[in-house]
Design a protein. Sequence first.
Length: 177
Amino acid sequence: MGTVAFTGYRPNKLPFVEDKKDELYVAFRQKLRQVIERLVERGYNEFVSGVAMGFDTWVAEDVIAIKKTNPDIRLECAIPCPNQDKNWPLGDKLRRKKILHHADSKPVICEHYSDQCFHIRNRYMVDKAEVVVCCYDGQKGGTAYTVNYALRADKIVIQINPNNASVTIISRRNFEN
């Protein structure tokens, strides 16, 4: 069996809003679910989310939904530091709490908040995984850092572009080599 980690944008960096009336959002979510399901078909059964708002939340919710019919699936929520959600809106805090309730493991990566705790969490997730799935279109920031770290670590990196929901393997490695 294998492990998949996820990295992606927060809502403010996405070209769509989380709304079932937004066609790009709907297309993106459908593509994300298909990618996860295909990875399950390939034998991957452990999925690691950083449980941030946006992409990380959607990943965790999709994995939880798949777990309902496939008890071999495991969800790890890699928490960068205590009080990760301290400044989040109430609705997002409640959503995160529900995700954590369904998670199989919830390691807290750093004991205290620091400028580096998110990078440390992201490296932890990449180091643990064989495959990294990213919601990424080239914007600078934490996702770009994590994607580049995964590429340097020679992981299989699957990109879902939020601008058009296209899926591409952007790493030298793929499932054949």
